[in-house]
Every structure is written in structure tokens, then in C-alpha cells.
Design a binder for this molecule. Structure first.
Ligand code: FES
Length: 314
């Protein structure tokens, strides 16, 4: 995986009981990281037992400061090892591998107003929006729905707290209908949070006859564990056992099979591969019902197998 580079953990901060913030700095003499755009993410490789767990995390540090990258990681109740390792093992001085930044969640700069809706750790992509929105003098507001995560605990949010544009919703859910109804014409809405929250915003927008082209979302899904199976990359003549805790994509990478990926969460479609034999258990949010039913392809970043073997056109 030559596109991955090494970085050193320079600081670990506990933001809440379940969220840790990591500061990563370049090593090997590199003075700075690659520049990135607001809403970008990196893929972080976290060494586990006999494998590297790779997950995508939003960059939360200011995009114009490439001296370091910051990410925030929530401890997942069901973890394949990545978030658990970050919360229990990763320390200052550790070296981790990371990918260059990619962006699937860029703000729409032509918007007259930017309405950001975050559920819990879903605040992370918006933290890199704020400096650029402020620099452009854009109109914006951010709503965070979380019982235990406080926006004020993020140093990245600190310069913007006094603006009054950040609202914390602790026990009560925001009244989405009322919130959308009072938005000026030309508002774009960005959602990052659980699927139920994304669905609720879409429903409220539809009831107000909003154009869906003004609603954008990012899902922070990670692959879930499952039953082990065998994957065969037919063209590469590689057969690999996919463990319970690793994704099919990670197993293929471990075996040196050439793959492409971007979100690693089943939404971007980059990793799509033709399925030649076997039955996939689709867990992505990209394929349509027809593609799922036909078992023509699979998304290795999140999907697993219902059969003992999957044969891939790789
Ligand atoms: S990498 Fe995005 S869907 Fe698999």
C-alpha cells in the first residue's frame, strides 16, 4: 500500500468519555502534510493482532495548517479493533500509517446559508468547514445533537463559539421542520450522523418541498465484524481467508491484491468489484436493489459473504 505514509502521534486528548482526539505529525523529514479541503478524510491504519485495521476519519484541524492533522475517534460499542485500539493502546510517540486526504463532503460554496446538522461524533467533518466558512464571510449555523459530546471541548470549535452560530442540543431533538422552515432561500443543508437522523432531515425537507439537491449527507459507517469466509481474486490467483474482525478489503490489501477505495464505509462506490461466484451479504449504501438481488457485484470495504467463498474479478 504505497499510497500510505507514516505519521507520529504527537498528542492524545480525551474530548469526552467516549471520544479521543489525536494529533498526527509528519515523520521521515517531511515538513508538512498534503493540503486538504474542508470535509476531507484520511484512512488511518491501526496495527492489530496480525493485521492492520484501516478506517476513514474526518480531518478536524484547519485545512490551511498542514503542519499536523487532527482526527477525533469515538469508542465504538462493537469494534473490529480500530477504535478500541485508539482508546486503549495508541499513545504519544506511536507511528501510524495514513492515506492522503480525500473529500466526499465538500461544502457547496454557492449556498447563501450553510446549515450543518451533526449527530454526536458527526460534528467532525464540520470542524474543518468552520475556518473556511469564516474566511469567506459565509452565513452558517451548526447544530450538534449529543448528550455527552460538548462542541466546546474541541479546540477547533473554540474560535467560533462566541459567534452564537453553534447550538448544542442535549436532551431534546431539534425540531427539524421548524429549523428548515426558517432557513433563507438558497440554504444548503449538510448532515453527518446516524441514518435515522439523515432520514428525518430528508423527510422534513420533503414535507417543505425542498429540492433534494440542497441536502447533503455523510455517513460515518465502519465495517462490522462477521463470519469468516474465503475470498478468491481470480485474476491475481490469490486466495485469502477473511477473518471475523477484518473487512474483505483489508484482507485483499493484506494479500497484495490491487484494490481501489475511498470512503471505506460502503457509500462512495470506488471499491465496487464484479462478483463471479458466491453469495454476498451486502452491507453498503451504494448498490441499488436490482444490483443487490442479482449478486453481480460486491463492495469489499463493508460487504461480507453468505456463502463460504466469494470469487472476485480482481
Ligand atoms: S470504498 Fe467507498 S464504497 Fe467501498
Amino acid at each position: 500500500m504505497s499510497r500510505f505514509m507514516k505519521a507520529r502521534v504527537a498528542a492524545v486528548d480525551q474530548i469526552s468519555s467516549s471520544v479521543r482526539r489525536l494529533t498526527l505529525v509528519p515523520i521521515d523529514g517531511a515538513p508538512s502534510f498534503t493540503p486538504f479541503s474542508p470535509g476531507s478524510h484520511i484512512v488511518l491504519g491501526i496495527p492489530g493482532e496480525g493485521r492492520v485495521c484501516r478506517n476513514a476519519y474526518s480531518l478536524i484541524s484547519p485545512p490551511d495548517d498542514t503542519s499536523h492533522y487532527c482526527i477525533a475517534v469515538r469508542r465504538q460499542p462493537v469494534s473490529r479493533g480500530g477504535s478500541e485500539a485508539i482508546h486503549s493502546r495508541v499513545q504519544v510517540g506511536d507511528e501510524l500509517e495514513l492515506s492522503p486526504p480525500s473529500n466526499l463532503f465538500l461544502p457547496h460554496w454557492q449556498a447563501r446559508h450553510h446549515l450543518m446538522l451533526a449527530g454526536g461524533i458527526g460534528i467532525t467533518p464540520f470542524l474543518s468547514y468552520l475556518p473556511e466558512l469564516a474566511r469567506r464571510g459565509a452565513s452558517w449555523e451548526l447544530h450538534l445533537r449529543s448528550q455527552d459530546l460538548d462542541a466546546a471541548r474541541f479546540p477547533e470549535a473554540a474560535p467560533y463559539l462566541a459567534s452564537g452560530n453553534i447550538t448544542q442540543h442535549r436532551l431534546e431533538r431539534p425540531n427539524l421542520q421548524a429549523l428548515l422552515a426558517r432557513q433563507p432561500l438558497g440554504t444548503h443543508v449538510y448532515i453527518c450522523g446516524p441514518q435515522a437522523m439523515i432520514d428525518a432531515v430528508h423527510a422534513a425537507a420533503a414535507s417543505l418541498n425542498w429540492s433534494l439537491s440542497r441536502i447533503h449527507h455523510e455517513v460515518f459507517a465502519a465495517p462490522m465484524p462477521g463470519t469468516p469466509f474465503t475470498a478468491v481474486a481470480r485474476n491475481s490467483e490469490v486466495e485469502v481467508e477473511v477473518g471475523a474482525e477484518e473487512s474483505l478489503l483489508e484482507a485483499l490489501e493484506r494479500s497484495g491484491v490491487e484494490t481501489t477505495s475511498l470512503c471505506r464505509g460502503g457509500v462512495c462506490g470506488q471499491c465496487r468489484v464484479e462478483l463471479l461466484e458466491g453469495e454476498a451479504e451486502h452491507r453498503d449504501g451504494f448498490l441499488n436493489e436490482q444490483e443487490r438481488a442479482s449478486q453481480c457485484c460486491v463492495m469489499p470495504c463493508v460487504s461480507r459473504a453468505r456463502s463460504a467463498r466469494l470469487v472476485l474479478d480482481l
